[in-house]
Write a protein that binds this ligand. Structure first.
Ligand SMILES: [Zn+2]
Length: 346
């Protein structure tokens, strides 16, 4: 009996050492220590032993049982920790490898400048207006004091749209400036008025480094009972000073635009050389910037505003041109080319 127990112990320990995984170990445990296991059967047979053998064999059996249980427990832990290590090895990834950079786009330089312009004028109490890009001849020309036989129409050759329009408003065109929205705004809101109108415009012309068939403008209009060119000068100087974060001076020169009387060309002091002369200002210290003037009586009338009671001033500048100046871009066509190598620089 004693020998049987010793043999069983030895046999079982050997098997435990050989066990390669938890499943195998579990099977062994059942085989030896389970309810119908080898050791259990021996223990059950104890009661049939002669009385004098019982204490000795009983003690030995318990020792064997404890040894085996301990062996199973140790092996189990060993296998478990080996298993975790294996899992970790499988899932390991190097945290020091640089991450994959996600490519995200950005706002187009023209749109970004437009947002800045809108923000500055909003702070000065101007509302932001919008209007259709396909306009009637009336709003684009007649309403703005440019009748059909007016020579100024030649200055703004445009794209006509086939088959649209009516007798009252004429044919449909792609607007050549943002000025039609002046009339629309006056018709809708009356006086007093303080608005800017940013937007896309179109001209039918040969493209080159400084001309494109599509470009962006910002129109400004202020109508009130007592307003003058002095206010215009102040507003523009303030606007440009805030935009460039540098003090900017304004200069007026006489100019002709059919929708204003008197008309002005507006220059501002060069924000790069501060008037000393550089490439951007063509060594004059001044940058030609926009057209402006007191709103023509006929234009106020088109907008349904009493020109005896109200006056107004208006201005229009090229947002595209300002963007080019700001980033020193020398070809206007790049801005709408969709060339990513160009646009990614901003
Ligand atoms: Zn300069």
């Amino acid at each position: 009996m004693e020998k049987k127990l010793k043999n069983l112990e030895e046999e079982c320990l050997k098997a435990v050492i050989k066990a390669e995984n938890l499943e195998e170990l579990k099977k062994l445990e059942i085989k030896y220590l389970g309810r119908k296991g080898k050791l259990t059967l021996i223990l059950r047979g104890l009661k049939d032993l002669p009385k004098e053998q019982k204490p000795l064999i009983g003690k030995l059996s318990n020792e064997v049982k404890n040894t085996l249980e301990k062996a199973f427990e140790e092996k189990k832990q060993k296998l478990e920790s080996a298993g975790i290590e294996k899992e970790l090895k499988k899932e390991f990834f190097d945290t020091t490898i640089p991450g994959k950079a996600r490519k995200i786009g950005h706002i187009h330089p023209i749109s970004r400048l437009q947002e800045e312009v809108e923000r500055i004028f909003s702070q000065m109490g101007f509302a932001i207006m919008d209007g259709p890009e396909a306009e009637s001849e009336y709003y684009n020309f007649e309403g703005l004091n440019i009748p059909e036989d007016h020579p100024a129409r030649d200055m703004q050759d445009t794209f006509f749209i086939k088959g649209k329009g009516d007798k009252k408003h004429g044919r449909m065109v792609l607007r050549t400036h943002t000025s039609p929205v002046q009339i629309r705004t006056m018709e809708k809101y009356g006086a007093p008025l303080r608005v800017i109108i940013p937007g896309r415009c179109f001209r039918y012309e040969a493209t080159d480094a400084s001309h494109d068939s599509t470009f962006y403008q910002v129109e400004g209009l202020l109508v009130d009972e007592k307003t003058s060119l002095g206010h215009l000068k102040g507003i523009l100087a303030e606007f440009l000073t805030r935009l460039f974060s540098k003090p900017v001076k304004i200069r007026f020169r006489p100019g002709y635009f059919p929708f204003v009387e008197p008309g002005l060309e507006v220059d501002f002091s060069c924000f790069i050389c501060k008037g000393k002369g550089c490439r951007v200002c063509k060594h004059t210290g001044w940058i030609e910037f926009m057209g402006a003037g007191m709103v023509h009586e006929n234009v106020l009338k088109s907008g349904g505003i009493d020109s005896k009671k109200y006056q107004g001033w208006a201005f229009g500048f090229g947002l595209t041109r300002l963007t080019m100046m700001r980033h020193e871009i020398d070809d206007i066509r790049l801005l709408t080319s969709g060339n990513l190598r160009f646009i990614k620089q901003f």
